[in-house]
Design a binder for this molecule. Structure first.
Ligand SMILES: *[C@@H]1O[C@H](CO)[C@@H](O)[C@H](O)[C@H]1NC(C)=O
Ligand SMILES: *[C@@H]1O[C@H](CO)[C@@H](O)[C@H](O)[C@H]1NC(C)=O
Ligand SMILES: *[C@@H]1O[C@H](CO)[C@@H](O)[C@H](O)[C@H]1NC(C)=O
Ligand SMILES: *[C@@H]1O[C@H](CO)[C@@H](O)[C@H](O)[C@H]1NC(C)=O
Ligand SMILES: *[C@@H]1O[C@H](CO)[C@@H](O)[C@H](O)[C@H]1NC(C)=O
Ligand SMILES: *[C@@H]1O[C@H](CO)[C@@H](O)[C@H](O)[C@H]1NC(C)=O
Ligand SMILES: *[C@@H]1O[C@H](CO)[C@@H](O)[C@H](O)[C@H]1NC(C)=O
Length: 214
């Protein structure tokens, strides 16, 4: 075993010595975009509402308007759409597209649970994107069931190129990407969501109001 792994180890130590001096480091960093971010375009104006009444402190923008959509531009190499899934009484979802491509139907509720999701869940994502500006668009999914679209959190990954001209480190990992870091500190995946019946009633009340006003 030792003799067969020796050539590999030699190669590894050769590269750990050489690579940091000739290759730039690509650091992938997730950027978290809150639903109140001014970069998100909500249309039609006024049909989206902020819900900040969740007991946990989570927030989202939601709408029951079938003409509604929201769009966000970002420059990066991956993007994630995260929501705290809505409960069984509130069917929720949307059609998500990237750069005007085909829209994908995305479920944003859990028919088996009578409370809001306890944590963020990635309900849609796209990876391996070119490091250019992309536009995400979420719009109404007309499936005869949905009552809402929820826009909770968008996360995108930037490819932060940094110079690595100093060859001081002999760590093999010095030539690898620095995955796992994040610029976000205010949000995390472990926020406990306590079922809030008041926000359910509030949503249904607003939906009924909107239907009455049609
Ligand atoms: C995204 O950028 C394109 C091209 O500049 C622009 O037409 C579009 O309005 C932008 N969308 C948003 C949501 O800002
Ligand atoms: C991205 O590219 C990697 C490497 O080619 C591949 O393994 C992975 O499945 C791709 N991911 C997506 C979402 O296409
Ligand atoms: C987003 O998608 C909706 C539904 O397809 C469309 O009406 C709207 O024009 C799109 N917005 C942008 C900025 O492309
Ligand atoms: C990107 O890298 C530069 C240079 O190392 C650093 O100053 C900057 O803070 C990084 N950007 C982010 C968002 O971490
Ligand atoms: C990706 O694009 C951003 C913004 O244009 C730029 O700052 C960054 O250096 C690019 N990353 C790479 C690896 O080219
Ligand atoms: C960014 O966040 C997504 C979703 O949580 C995760 O799958 C991905 O690994 C993260 N990427 C980085 C570079 O941290
Ligand atoms: C996650 O957020 C909750 C609520 O804001 C907070 O109590 C908890 O300490 C946070 N956990 C971490 C690891 O940041």
């Amino acid at each position: 075993m030792f003799s067969s792994s020796l050539p590999f180890l030699s190669l590894l130590s050769f590269f750990s010595f050489v690579i940091p001096s000739i290759v730039e480091v690509h650091a992938a960093i997730n950027v978290t975009v809150d639903n109140s971010d001014p970069g998100i375009l909500y249309r039609p104006l006024g049909s989206w509402s902020l819900d900040d009444s969740y007991d946990s402190g989570a927030t989202d923008h939601f709408t029951g308007d079938q003409d509604a959509w929201a769009a966000f531009n970002f420059t990066g190499i991956a993007v994630y759409y995260l929501v705290h899934l809505y409960p069984s009484s509130l069917p929720t979802g949307g059609m998500i597209s990237l750069d005007g491509g085909p829209a994908v139907a995305v479920t944003m509720w859990n028919p088996d649970r009578d409370s809001y999701g306890r944590q963020w869940e990635t309900v849609w994502s796209a990876a391996n994107l070119t490091n250019t500006t992309h536009m995400l668009n979420v719009s109404w999914w007309p499936n005869q069931l949905n009552q809402f679209i929820s826009l909770d959190t968008i996360m995108y990954t930037i490819d932060n190129e940094t110079d690595a001209t100093s060859a001081g480190s002999a760590q093999p990992t010095a030539s690898g990407a620095d995955f796992g870091s994040s610029t976000t500190s205010s949000s995390n995946n472990t926020v406990p969501i306590v079922y809030s019946s008041s926000s359910n009633y509030e949503k249904l009340r607003r939906l009924q109001l909107r239907i009455l006003l049609r």
